[in-house]
Design a binder for this molecule. Sequence first.
Ligand SMILES: Nc1ncnc2c1ncn2[C@@H]1O[C@H](COP(=O)(O)OP(=O)(O)OP(=O)(O)O)[C@@H](O)[C@H]1O
Ligand SMILES: [Mg+2]
Length: 461
Amino acid sequence: MSIGAVKPAEQVITLQLTAGNAGCLQQELDWLARCIELRLHSYFQQQPLLLLQQAPPPPLAAGSGSYADFVLTQQLSAPQRLILLLALAPHLQPQLLDTFFVRNDNLARSFTEFGGCSSKQHQGFLPSAQTAAFLLAGNDLAGRLQVIQLLQSEQQLCRNNIICLRLDAPDEPFLSAQLSVSAEYLQLFYSGSRQKPDYNSHFPAKLLTTALSWQELVLPSEVLADVEHIIGWLQHQHTVMQDWQLGRSIKPGYRALFYGPPGTGKTLTASLIGRQTGADVYRIDLSAVVSKYIGETEKNLATVFDQAQARQWILFFDEADALFGKRSQTSNSNDRYANQQVSYLLQRIEDFPGVVLLASNLKANIDEAFARRFQAMVYFPLPEVSERLRLWRHLLGSKVQLAADVDLSYLAHEFELSGGAMTNVVRYAAVAALLRGDKAIAQADLLQGINRERRKEGMMV
Ligand SMILES: Nc1ncnc2c1ncn2[C@@H]1O[C@H](COP(=O)(O)OP(=O)(O)OP(=O)(O)O)[C@@H](O)[C@H]1O
Ligand SMILES: [Mg+2]
């Protein structure tokens, strides 16, 4: 069938499907170019303009690429779409914004109302929030106020981390903030897949993963029940908060503390909760968070919390002891500053509407006011004999050959070790056997490994 024989609506869909993501983006950028042209014309001719009526957004078909699918699922309005396109233009078709470089001859400088930001390397025009306000509303104050509203942090575009507004000098007008697309969505529109943010000095969090499965987690039944309760919350929070309307009285989110000796499975459990529920678990590096630059700590943490909220990540604070010890008496300005950072972090943890897990070796340290804020305090004990036997079996797996003299039941009965210590023993025993030229691990290899672990523990007492 020739294209000419297709009905108009079908024709649009067919063409978009073949053109794919790039075709769809081109169509969108053409729309942006048309809107810029109309706006500038009406501005200089001082003629009224109903922008979106004169240049309605082009139709988008589901399945025609990552950009179209994104706009449709997010149900972006035409103004939101134009703001996004403006932020995308420097990446995709920078020359499209060159027209904003036009100079105001009366003042021998650029037009303040067009906005724009200075750049270090980019030669083209970098839009600011001001550019968006001008494009959508021109000189109309009511319209400009609506654009400011759309750009607020709690509104869809910023809340979901689709666009970023960067205002380097907090005292300057809000609209002078640089308008850009977040790296994550840029990646989505480029390649169709979403990039998971990577650890860096501005993003002090790392994705926590494990190759182990739920079946390999060995915990006493009451601890497992507590952990399953957290999973239950993740699966049913919507029913609890919305359908049953308990959100009126219950604070959103869930905060749990995992405490207990080292190597008892706290970190492993946090990653498995993520695996079980399909949520990403991000581990926050507290030492990297605290910055010596005033204000930077809050900014870095805010990035993590905002993204975590938008993406429904589980946040995991390992070695969280630093957070809930008694605030130190302030003796100097450094202490005062550290206390202020801790208070900020505690507040963000308390207000976070998702799941926050904190892990610590000590419980004694936790001040009462903080303890009250946890929905669960889960103690991870050292494993008992039967648990140790299961751990030995899981840790050695099915691919390791064991010599005839290996007696795991004896090891489980005789030696009180954490799961973490056992992983060290297994590693040591495997290498020792191979160094000897043996294909099988012998009981002596395991016993030597155990001795080394116990010596380490002795050193730590
Ligand atoms: N309860 C457990 N079930 C199964 N494996 C375990 C368990 N505890 C420890 N392990 C093994 O030991 C490794 C280390 O444990 P993990 O890092 O979770 O301990 P932790 O409690 O977080 O220790 P720390 O307090 O030192 O951070 C795990 O990756 C796992 O292989
Ligand atoms: Mg840990």
